[in-house]
Design a binder for this molecule. Sequence first.
Ligand SMILES: [Mg+2]
Length: 198
Amino acid sequence: MEKNKVTLLIDQDDVLAEYIKGVTEAYNKKYKTDISPEECNNWDLHTVFGEEVETVMHEPELFRHLEPTPDALEVFTRLYHSGLFEMYIVTAAQPCSVEAKHEWIKEHLPFFPEERVIVCRRKYMIKGDYLLDDGMHNIEDFAKAGGTPIVFERFHNKTALGNYRRVTNWKNFERMIIELCYPELMERYFDEEALEVV
Ligand SMILES: [Mg+2]
């Protein structure tokens, strides 16, 4: 445990990695359909694709090869190396996809310690100051448990209710979290691109 550091819990699917986009591509390929990720306006993908989505949505190979979300790797890396935060990746996963999700992190964020990856469905049980997540159930439960959630906006949560902080991309998140936690370092952080801030 690192004393006096703000703890950030970061979701993997649809925050670090483009999960719904990956599911859509895999589904279209398999069933010769033309569904777009924009049509996925519901957290429950079964309502968008039908029950057959089960045949693609848990595949380890899918998780292994997801595209990173724009600016996710750059901003995550910068926040991590700033030394200002204690960071964890918290992800819900079926047992069959855990290894593939770890491998994705190892490939894209090779510096990130494996022990900072927490596989957990009930994210509100994890003690942290902020949770960046796209799942509204996680957002609501984390707030009830006393943490501060930040919604990562996606097509499925655009119209979700609740007075929560929201960001539409990673650069927004970076600006918001520095402003919230270290307002006195704003200028220095962005001037020096977060290098050797502490
Ligand atoms: Mg997610």
